[in-house]
Structure formats: structure tokens, C-alpha cells
Design a binder for this molecule. Structure first.
Ligand code: PEP
Length: 257
């Protein structure tokens, strides 16, 4: 982390877990036990159907609400889809885009990831852009090439002004939901390389101020080491965000001086 230049963001990704009733109970518990210090921003990316309840409970709180996906068109005959404007209307502030589960299980391409980034930015949402390699790509030694490509493709046409609203999450696929966390050095190395890519694309100032999270089995035991890396500015957290006590512990770690 480097709080001098950029925001530290701890974001939970609930995936397809928690009903609206369960979400309410979680949010109430978390809200009542947050640390006083506000050294990190907190985001909860909840299932679509939990957004109204979470939005209502978190209005005027320091926890921002996020979604996990959107459709790139403003409206139209796209059964089952949700637009960026619909999310913004529910006071959603962040949206995860290009999560590896969406890329892998729902065949999301780099082209649609790019369209979604633009849709989010045009609606005033902050995209959390996920990039990351699978195990074969890591073993083959092409991690940096893949990530360079993913970032160039996802951010095509994004202006320097818009880039100030983009968060990037480095999420090695082999670490997601597996318990095989990247070592702090692996996470730090790729996050630092991502900052280097941003420097080439957008210049030193924007690169220095962009929040780059790590995601992949981050939990209350490994968060401190991961966040100690200069270029790891927070976490995108799946499993460990489902329990309010565990998530709170990670927030407390990110809040430490
Ligand atoms: C994720 O889904 O973005 C994620 C990082 O999950 P987990 O923390 O469970 O690996």
C-alpha cells in the first residue's frame, strides 16, 4: 500500500451467495463494528437482488455498494441483463468487470469487457477491472504478456480523465477460491508490473494514483503480508468476505497505521 498517493480499497465479492435477508443482517453487523480510523475504503459487491436492501442500509455510511457485472447497452431487448444506469439509480458506486468466473464460465471476451468498462464509466460507476493468468499461463512464463494484453484491451479508448475512476484487481485464476494465495512477492511483482503498464499508457501521475488490488484467497491471515507490498493497494475478497467477522479483520488490517 502507499496511502500517500492512492486509496486503499477493501472490496468484498459475494458472488452468488446471500439472500437479501442475509445481506441485511451482514451489513448491520459490519456497520456496527467498523474501526473509527478511515484509512481504507470499503466496498461490498453483492448480488443484483441484494442491491436495493444494501443500498438503503449503506446510504450515508462509509461502505460503498458495488455490483458484480452489467450489460454494456443502456437498455434494450436483452432478457436477464442489467444496465449501468439501472445500477447507478440504486446508488451503486462500483462494479466488478471481467472477473475470471465471468470470462471463463460465461464466455466474456476482451471486447465485451472493454464495452462494459465504457458503459460503467459513462454512467458514473467505478469499474473494478479484473485481470489475471491461469496456472498454465503462469507455468509457461507468459503472465506479464497476458496481463499487458488484458489491460490494453480492457482500457482501449479510456481517457486519462476516465482512468482516475478505474480500479484494477490482479486476480491470478489459480488463487481464486482455492486457498492457494499468491505469495506477497508474486502479488507485488504483478501489481508493480501493472503500474508500469499504466505508466506507459497514461503517464506517471495516473499510474501512481491508480488503486491496484490483489484478489485470490486473501484472508485475515495473509492480508497483512500482501498489503505490505508497495503496489498492492487493497483486496478483492471472495470467500473471506462472506463472514462479517473475517471481513472486518481484513478491514482492520488495512486500516492499521
Ligand atoms: C474473487 O472472487 O474475486 C476472489 C478473490 O475469491 P476468493 O477470495 O474466494 O479467492
Amino acid at each position: 500500500m502507499n496511502r500517500k498517493y492512492r486509496k486503499t480499497i477493501i472490496a468484498g465479492n459475494w458472488k452468488m451467495y446471500k439472500t437479501a435477508t442475509e445481506a441485511k443482517a451482514f451489513v448491520e453487523q459490519l456497520k456496527s463494528s467498523l474501526p473509527r480510523a478511515k484509512r481504507c475504503s470499503i466496498v461490498l459487491c453483492v448480488p443484483y437482488v441484494d442491491l436495493p436492501a444494501a443500498g438503503k442500509l449503506l446510504k450515508d455510511s462509509r461502505i460503498a455498494v458495488g455490483a458484480q457485472n452489467l450489460h454494456w447497452e443502456e437498455q434494450g431487448p436483452f432478457t436477464g441483463e442489467i444496465s449501468a444506469n439501472m445500477l447507478a439509480d440504486l446508488d451503486v458506486k462500483y462494479v466488478i468487470i471481467g472477473h475470471s468466473e465471468r470470462r471463463g464460465l460465461f464466455y466474456e471476451s476482451d471486447l465485451t469487457v472493454n464495452k462494459k468498462i465504457h458503459a460503467a464509466l459513462n454512467a458514473g460507476l467505478r469499474p473494478i477491472l479484473c485481470v489475471g493468468e491461469d496456472l498454465d499461463q503462469r507455468r509457461l512464463g507468459v503472465t506479464m504478456e497476458l496481463i499487458t494484453y488484458q489491460i490494453h484491451a480492457a482500457l482501449a479508448g479510456v481517457t486519462p480523465e476516465q482512468m482516475r475512476h478505474v480500479v484494477i484487481a490482479y486476480e491470478p485464476i489459480w488463487a481464486i477460491g482455492t486457498g492457494n494465495t499468491a505469495t506477497p512477492e508474486q502479488a507485488g511483482e504483478v501489481c508493480s508490473a501493472i503500474r508500469g503498464i499504466l505508466r506507459k499508457l497514461y503517464g506517471a501521475r495516473i499510474a501512481r494514483s491508480t488503486t491496484i488490488q490483489y484478489g485470490g484467497s486473501m484472508n485475515e491471515k495473509n492480508a497483512a503480508e500482501l498489503l505490505a507490498q508497495e503496489d498492492v493497494d487493497g483486496g478483492l475478497i471472495g470467500t473471506a468476505s462472506l463472514d462479517p467477522d473475517t471481513f472486518l479483520k481484513i478491514i482492520q488490517i488495512a486500516n492499521q497505521d
